[in-house]
Design a protein. Structure first.
Lengths: 347, 328, 76
């Protein structure tokens, strides 16, 4: 071993925010494939309200980085037509909450045209959209709506929790021949004005790579309980797992990464090892992701040592006042309390 | 722009074929639905929206298109599909829900797709317009001389998608033509009841694009106006909006009792049926002989008979095939 | 020890800025040109890169306000 070898790391870390990782994935795929373009509100000169298209206008120009009118029905519908004739549009729905003005283009056309055409006509498009609350923006700019999109057939749905996954999932999304809903959480985006969860910033290789859909990640290994999260709740679960060490509890954290397809096998295998399941979801509780995960584990016949539980957003519109909103959101404290009760209380 | 004799004859034959097709479809649709009309019964279940009377819109526009041009149609798509060159056998089979249909029975009559000729449908009012703008924008970006056409009904002009698509097409100067088939009725609600302006072509001005209205349900007049608009789009001159006065000779769907129509309206519409009118003109102007007419009708009917017979004889898809093609 | 200085002309006016995110942790090895921090001034974001190779020493943690020209870190 030489002296220099002990000093120099193999590769310097290259830490990025999710916003920068997304922009890098878009730029690399646009260089590789002339059929890729980006459309949305404020995505060109401004670089995206959430920073994920910064720098693209300068490199690719206004024909491929297209600021649109505030007209989601029009431009998301246009993306469906572009995809039908050989383009690979990436469109931004600035807040997922805005889906109400354009859902027909998403779930009745993008999601169904492949089926309606018997496979003749694929719809290779990406809809990237911001999700999540906790910053006092009230009920029309704070929702997650993971379950709403994952419920409807014909779309793939992915939710990155960190920059490495964001880049790899975006590259996979652009290369996929199907509509992919790419849901990025505002608190993880690395935009200062939304706060930044430090854990979402991680090492991102410069070369393009893919993170395949349908593969959940074990974000932390543990033997006592499986905590399933996605997006921002992965970090709440990781924080809770760290605290739980002091209580003598080792929690395993599963990051779903993709909802459609859903990696039920990894979740089931984890719960088989730990015997306990807690799902943490910032989306509304009823008829959603948390229920689907619990049902999948129960249907698989996995033996549980305590009843499964969930921490999700209650079935109320997201309130504005911090004293109303914050207690309703999932938190590391809630996770610690629930896990301690499940493991120590034996229920 | 006046149609040449071959263009006139193509328009006539296509109109005859479309009408013959829909007559056979209507006959088959009623099988198993009598004496009790249950939509789920018979060889063709579900809603059935016929386009009899609206054939001039399809042929007058599609005469200027080829397979590379992109067309979106509506819940009432048969005449447009036939004029765009959608495979008639596969289309008939699709309407009968058969394995050999355009999508193997997954779409049915409101969701006809034929990628070979760039034809797509949406059963939701006005929603084909955004995709047409997108396809046209893609053609423009790639420097191709292709155009897109979105067909809609006059009821669609009050949808948000109509206004958003017109604005977007104008802002992006997309090579797209929006064609409104104005049959006067949104199911049972008249245009006068639903629409704030007498004619929707005037709405084009709000988006800085050219608007035209074509009256008389006359294929030659439609051909002329559509030809200019499509040529302009192809040459980089941007989008247009055309409203065509046409007639819905049938109800909104088969089974519609049409109690909302004023007395005498149907008789007046049938008196102006565009197919006999075109036949009369072609014969009178010497563009078609009686013998040629007979040959055209025979050819069209035999193509339709064959398509319907093949569709009836074709196998149904297996239940498990419902799970194919959800994803590409 | 090479200071990481916020250029005095990075933005106009007297507004204070803050690091919205340190992309490396205290003591991490960085290389010249690495993006090490994002600085927010009101809703505008600026990138800060490392001026040299070395070990990062953070002087002003995230979300603590500073004025233009501040030394927010050192590379040693």
């Amino acid at each position: 071993m030489t002296a220099t070898a002990t000093i120099l790391p193999n590769r310097a870390k290259r830490n990025l925010t999710i916003a920068k990782a997304m922009a890098e994935a878009l730029a690399q795929e646009m260089r590789r494939d002339p059929s890729v373009l980006v459309m949305g509100e404020d995505i060109a000169a401004l670089g995206g309200v959430f920073g994920n298209t910064r720098g693209l206008l300068e490199e690719f120009g206004p024909a491929r980085i297209r600021d649109t009118p505030i007209s989601e029905t029009g431009f998301i519908g246009a993306a469906v037509g572009m995809a039908a004739v050989g383009m690979r549009p990436v469109v931004e729905l600035m807040f997922v909450d805005f889906f109400g003005v354009c859902m027909d283009a998403i779930y009745n056309m993008a999601a169904k045209n492949c089926y309606f055409s018997g496979g003749q006509s694929a719809v290779p498009m990406v809809l990237m959209t911001s999700v999540g609350g906790g910053y006092g923006d009230a009920g029309q700019h704070s929702q997650c709506l993971y379950g709403t999109f994952a419920h409807l057939p014909g779309m793939k749905v992915v939710v990155p929790s960190n920059a490495y996954d964001a880049k790899g999932l975006m590259v996979s999304a652009i290369r996929d021949n199907n509509p992919v809903i790419f849901m990025f959480h505002k608190a993880l985006q690395g935009m200062g004005w939304l706060g930044t969860v430090q854990g979402s910033i991680n090492d991102v290789p410069e070369d393009a790579y893919t993170v395949p859909f349908g593969q959940a990640a074990i974000a932390r290994a543990g033997r006592d309980i499986t905590i399933v999260g996605l997006g921002a709740t992965v970090h709440l679960a990781l924080d809770a797992a760290e605290e739980l060490i002091a209580n003598g509890i080792e929690a395993e954290v599963v990051d779903l990464r993709s909802l459609v397809p859903l990696d039920r096998a990894t979740v089931n295998a984890s719960v088989k090892r730990t015997g306990r399941l807690l799902v943490v979801d910032e989306d509304y509780q009823s008829y959603g992701v948390s229920g689907e995960i619990i049902a999948s584990v129960v249907e698989a016949g996995t033996v549980l040592t305590s009843p499964p539980r969930r921490i999700a957003f209650p079935d109320i519109p997201i309130p504005f006042s911090p004293t109303l909103e914050r207690p309703a959101l999932p938190s590391a404290e809630k996770i610690v309390a629930a896990v301690t009760d499940m493991v120590r209380g034996g229920r | 722009m006046t149609p040449t004799r071959p263009q006139f004859l193509w328009m006539y034959e296509t109109m005859v074929k479309s009408r013959a097709f829909e007559e056979r479809i209507a006959t088959a649709y009623f099988e198993g639905k009598s004496p009790v009309f249950n939509m789920a019964n018979g060889p063709i279940p579900g809603e059935m929206h016929l386009s009899n009377g609206q054939e001039p819109c399809a042929v007058g526009v599609c005469a200027h298109l080829d397979a590379a041009d992109f067309v979106t149609a509506t819940h009432r798509p048969h005449h447009i599909a036939i004029a765009k060159g959608v495979d008639l056998d596969a289309m008939a089979a699709e309407i009968f829900g058969k394995k050999t249909g355009l999508s193997g029975g997954r779409g049915g009559h409101m969701h006809l797709f034929d990628a070979r000729v760039n034809f797509a449908c949406s059963g939701i009012i006005a929603q084909g317009m955004g995709p047409a703008v997108g396809a046209a924008t893609a053609f423009k970006l790639r420097g191709e001389k292709r155009v897109a056409v979105a067909f809609i009904g006059e009821g669609a002009a009050n949808q948000g998608a109509f206004h958003e698509s017109l604005n977007l097409a104008a802002v992006w100067q997309a090579p797209v033509v929006f064609v409104i088939e104005d049959n006067g009725w949104g199911i049972s609600v008249s245009k006068a009841q639903s629409t704030a302006v007498p004619h929707n072509d005037s709405r084009a001005a709000a988006y800085g694009m050219l608007g035209h209205r074509v009256t008389g349900n006359d294929p030659a007049a439609i051909f002329a106006v559509a030809g200019d608009a499509i040529a302009r789009a192809r040459a980089g001159g941007g989008p247009s909006l055309i409203e065509i006065e046409t007639s819905r000779l049938a109800g909104h769907f088969i089974g519609d009792a049409e109690g909302y129509r004023p007395a005498g309206e149907k008789d007046a519409l049938f008196a102006r049926d565009p197919i006999p009118a075109l036949r009369g003109r072609l014969l009178a102007e010497g563009m078609m002989s009686e013998a040629e007419d007979l040959a055209i009708v025979k050819r069209a009917e035999s193509a339709v008979e064959q398509a319907i017979a093949k569709a009836r004889a074709a196998p149904f898809p297996a239940a498990a095939e419902a799970f194919d093609h959800v994803f590409a | 020890m090479i200071p990481v200085v916020i250029p005095p002309d990075l933005w106009e006016g007297d507004a204070e800025g803050a690091v919205s995110a340190w992309l490396f942790a205290e003591g991490d090895a960085v290389r010249a040109g690495d993006l090490i921090a994002e600085v927010m001034v009101e809703k505008t974001s600026y990138d800060v890169t490392a001026p040299a190779d070395g070990m990062l020493q953070i002087r002003i943690p995230a979300e603590i306000p500073f004025k233009r020209g501040a030394i927010i870190a050192a590379i040693g």
